[in-house]
Each structure stands twice: as C-alpha cells, then as structure tokens.
Ligand binder design. Structure first.
Ligand code: AFP
Length: 332
C-alpha cells in the first residue's frame, strides 16, 4: 500500500473537553477528580440545555412561565427548564452540596452533604432574547465550601468573595454553542459539535486584546447613567467607536473578549446599584476576563474586591479590554 499521511486522509477532530479536563487533573497531583467531575456535569447540562434551546420554536417552551424571580423579573419557561437541568446534573453528580440560582430566592440544597463544592449559577442569561432567537447563555461560578463537609451548607459558603472562586465560566448558545471556563490558569474555550455530542477545544489559552473599539451598553438608559459614563459614551461616539449591544451579558462580553471592547452596565437612576448580580453574573465574568488579560470594575474598585453580603446583591459592571476599562474608571 502507498504511504499516506493521516492528516490528509482525515482531519483530526481535536481535543475533547473531557480529555482536556483529565489532562489538567493529571497535571495537578493534589487533584481528587471531584472538580473535574463537576465540570463534566456542567458540560452535560449545557448539552441538554443547548438541545432545548435549539428546538425552542418547535416545542411549547417559549414564552413566560407565569412567575417572577426574586428580582421581580418575569421568568421564562426556558429559564426554569435550564434551572432544573443544571440543578439535576449537579445533584446527580454528587460533588456539589448546594446551589444558588438566579431563579430561586434561597440556597438549594442538593442532598449531597459530602460534596466539597457549592455553585452559583445564572441558568439562562439574557432571557428576553429567547423568544426572538438571539444569543443567550449560562454563567457559573464554583467555590470550595467553608462549612464542615458532612453538615449543611450555610450562606457564608457563597459569600466568600470573588477571589475565592475555584472556577468560573459560561456557556454561550449562539450561532454555535461554546463553553468557556477558567480554573485560574488561563481561559479555554470549547465549541460544541452536535453531530458527535462533544465539546472540542477551539480557543486554547484565550487572551483578550488590551485595547479595542467596541462599546456595549443599553444607550437607551444614557440619560440615567452617571455623568462620567455619559462622558465616556460621548468620547466613544466622537472617536467613531462601534456600538454593539445584544442584551445578553455573555454574548456581549464574549464578542468583546475576542475582538477587544468594553461592556458597561452602570448604576442608573432607577437602579442605583446597577442591575447585574454579583455572585452569578459579575464575579464569574470578572474572574474569567481577568484570566484572559482583561479587567473588570464597578467604576470605583476592582470588581473582584467588592465585599459581598447578600446572595442576590447587585453591582454596576464595566468589563473588557484593560485600556478601555481604565479609561472609564478615570472618568467615573
Ligand atoms: P435578562 O436575563 O432578564 O434578559 O437580563 C439580561 C441581563 O442580566 C444581561 O445579560 C444583559 O446584558 C442585561 O441584563 C440587559 O439589560 P437591559 O435590558 O436593561 O439592557
């Protein structure tokens, strides 16, 4: 038989998320495999949610669920489906003792009191995009619990502060589905291949540009923004920056992460503490973006330094390329 090169016969499919997680675990001698299993559980739930999201228009799962979450926002059917899917996967996995979700007022105990970890999650971010087939996502943040293993999880397990995150990431259900995460050793992104049912490493060691020309905010609220932010937006316009706002934090941050830019959800007159939630929106995105070389602030201080007192505490968020975030902070 004539000699041949494997690559010309069949292009390699690449590294699966599973294999990547395993390699990382093997590189860390102290690892017990529990965090690896937890990340696999998140990936499994993400695959199931992506299946539901991709068929949303065909199934009777768009529209309102008929209830409101603790923030007074109408819950969508898919919000609740995603909440249940992630809860179930984390409960069945056994590594997670409790969860805080955007969709529940209080801590959800999984029944796994031996679990070493707690997870804060926004199961479906950007839910106003669901019914119109625009990008949405899931955000997660993982902490090692401080309360004794074997006993019940307490609120302070979730209120350790952004620096204590063991891992954080997001799943973007966009033109393709991506899982992007960090365990504090850089950021890696995986793209879902539905035909194989696997996430494959597509964005290794992701770093964000230091500078950029995209600004993302709800400019409809401009008159209610703090003066410093109004000045910054005026500068963006004068400098002919590009305005891009999808209305789903993950999608906006993901684009800016790849292309360079800044996302702003500042305090407004109606929402003096901002809109976004510290525990399961701002902290995980700040950890991840910093790991990619970017920055995040509430305008006054580094976002990860903000003391957290309540599970559903809100915060302003300015996040993205470091030079742009610094420029906003100087005007604040
Ligand atoms: P929803 O999940 O309620 O749609 O909120 C999405 C979000 O928390 C964040 O993902 C968006 O960037 C931001 O709110 C959009 O808020 P505005 O509609 O006020 O611009």
């Amino acid at each position: 038989m004539a000699s041949y090169s494997e690559e010309t016969v069949a292009v390699p499919v690449g590294t699966t998320l599973d294999r990547f997680i395993k390699r990382r675990q093997q590189a860390s001698p102290a690892a017990t495999g529990e965090l690896s299993q937890l990340l696999r559980d998140i990936a499994l739930a993400a695959k199931i949610v992506q299946r539901e999201v991709s068929r949303a228009g065909l199934l009777a799962i768009t529209g309102g669920f008929g209830t409101e979450n603790q923030h007074g926002e109408a819950q969508q059917k898919l919000d609740m489906i995603a909440h249940v899917r992630f809860l179930r996967a984390l409960r069945n996995g056994g590594e997670v003792a409790a969860i805080v979700s955007e969709e529940e007022d209080s801590i959800v105990h999984t029944g796994n009191q031996q679990g070493k970890y707690v997870v804060a999650i926004d199961p479906l971010d950007g839910s106003s995009n669901i019914d119109v087939n625009v990008s949405i996502g899931t955000i997660f943040s993982i902490y090692r619990r401080q309360s004794p293993i074997g006993g019940p999880v307490v609120e302070s397990d979730f209120l350790q502060g952004g620096h204590q995150q063991v891992a954080a990431g997001y799943v973007l259900y966009g033109t393709s589905t991506m899982l992007v995460y960090t365990t504090g050793q850089g950021v890696n992104g995986f793209t879902y291949d539905g035909s194989l049912g696997e996430f494959f490493l597509s964005h290794a060691n992701l770093t964000t540009p230091v500078d950029g020309r995209i600004y993302s905010c709800n400019e409809g609220n401009l008159a209610d923004f703090p003066t410093g932010i109004q000045h910054y937006i005026s500068q963006c316009r004068e400098n002919r920056f590009t305005a891009r706002y999808i209305g789903a934090l993950i999608a906006d941050v993901h684009r800016n992460l790849l292309k360079g830019g800044v996302y702003l959800y500042p305090a407004t007159r109606q929402a003096p503490n901002g809109k976004l939630r510290l525990l399961y929106e701002c902290f995980p995105m700040a950890f991840l973006v910093e790991q990619a070389g970017g920055s995040a602030t509430d305008g006054r201080q580094r976002l990860l330094d903000i003391p957290i007192e309540k599970l559903h505490q809100r915060s302003p968020l300015i996040i993205g390329s470091t030079s742009l975030v610094n420029a906003v902070s100087q005007l604040y």
